[in-house]
Design a protein around this ligand. Structure first.
Ligand code: GLA
Length: 386
């Protein structure tokens, strides 16, 4: 039995003096390429990872939701599953769950009361979607227990709405959709204009290495929302619905009407959409030279045009790139301003990457990076035979 399943069921018994009835799981994610494209109706190429959130549940006969968060010192949050659901002022983690509950109620569905214990091993605040996984595991549990019959895409949209409307983060759909719909050993090429997705097999001699820079991601929400505004402005100026419908030619024809940062933000999104589609083809055909070039291009574009990297992150990418050259790719992943770098590396080079990071990164930055060797994993669901 997975260590975390044991941990969450044991904590449940200790917290509620009874056994849990079911356990659900939702994974974190890493985005291989396609950054800040999702809310511009563009393409993303994430995979779910083998780090996740686990939730043990006992069904109640009333409508109380009673949650214990093992990883937040056993903090507890309780509320009635009826509108309106007030925010928890002291425990921000609980608002992701309250927001999900509210979304079901807004759709005129009434989830049953539940006792809940939650734990997990997605590093928090590292840009690996621990908050999306928290929403997704809860929504998956509510959907299954109450037999609400939501499709994977509908569940992802519900979770995104919870973050947008209740928590107040204006995020796109990528994190929630990959956490719901991820597939073992595959990345998903998601077309965010219609939410269709294609599984792309991961080459079996390639390792997904995630390196957490440990740069703290302060004020991320406001910087994220500012970037998003610029993208919307650029689309307005070019009179297209979203940046998905623009190309470089159109952008250059409108350059004079845009502030310089707006032009740069739009150029990132337009070129990133092209790189992402090309990268999916390269991944599928084991073309590591192209992957390397495209991931490097993505990083440079995030650094110079979207301006969301930090000097520490740039240095991490430089260190890993100098090991991989054209045998694998590396770039910052996620919303930016800190967080993680993702590398796709041939298994034979994995240890060299780890050694290079450990030898060089602390000396220049004073930080110790945390390295996660990950496997592309399946999306959220009920744990059978717990
Ligand atoms: C965050 C958001 C996603 C996406 C990425 C950037 O992870 O939650 O929707 O916009 O940033 O690609």
């Amino acid at each position: 039995m997975h260590r975390l399943i044991q941990k969450v069921t044991q904590s449940f018994s200790e917290s509620f003096n009874k056994d849990s009835e079911v356990v659900f799981h939702a994974p974190g994610r890493v985005n291989l390429i396609g950054e800040h494209t999702d809310y511009n109706n563009g393409f993303v190429l994430p995979c779910a990872i083998d780090r996740g959130t686990y939730m043990a549940i006992g069904i109640r006969s009333d409508n109380l939701i009673n949650v214990v968060a093992v990883d937040n010192n056993g903090q507890n949050s309780q509320w009635q599953s009826v509108l309106p659901i007030e925010k928890d002022k002291d425990q921000s983690w609980a608002n992701y769950l309250r927001g999900v509950n509210e979304q079901f109620l807004k759709r005129k569905l009434e989830p049953m009361g539940m006792d809940v214990v939650v734990t997990g091993n997605i590093p928090q605040g590292a840009g690996l979607s621990s908050s999306a996984a928290l929403c997704v595991v809860f929504a998956t549990a509510i959907n299954s227990i109450n037999r609400f019959d939501f499709s994977p895409t509908e569940l992802a949209l519900l979770c995104q709405a919870a973050e947008n409307e209740y928590v107040g983060c204006n995020c796109g759909i990528m994190d929630q959709l990959i956490s719901v719909a991820g597939q073992e050993n595959h990345a998903l090429l998601i077309d965010c204009s219609n939410l269709s997705y294609k599984p792309i097999e991961m080459p079996n001699d390639m390792q997904v290495i995630i390196v957490d820079s440990k740069v703290s991601r302060g004020l991320v929400g406001s910087k994220y929302n500012k970037r998003r505004k610029r993208c919307e402005q650029a689309a307005n100026i070019m009179q297209v619905n979203s940046l998905r419908d623009a190309d470089l030619d159109l952008l250059h024809r409108h350059k004079d009407k845009m502030e310089v940062p707006t032009f740069h933000r739009a150029r990132h999104v337009i070129t990133e959409n092209l790189r992402t589609q090309e990268a999916a083809l390269a991944l599928r055909s084991n073309d590591y030279g192209s992957l390397s070039r495209l991931m490097r291009g993505s990083h440079v574009s995030m650094r110079d045009d979207f301006e969301i990297t930090t000097s520490e992150i740039d240095y991490l990418v430089e260190i890993i790139d100098s090991v991989l050259h054209d045998r694998g790719g590396v770039r910052m992943t996620g919303g930016g301003f800190g967080g993680c770098v993702v590398a796709l590396a041939p298994s034979a080079l994995g240890q060299l990457v780890v050694d290079a990071v450990n030898n060089l990164y602390p000396e220049k930055t004073g930080l110790i990076a945390e390295i996660h060797m990950c496997i592309a994993s399946s999306g959220a669901g009920k744990i059978e035979n717990k």
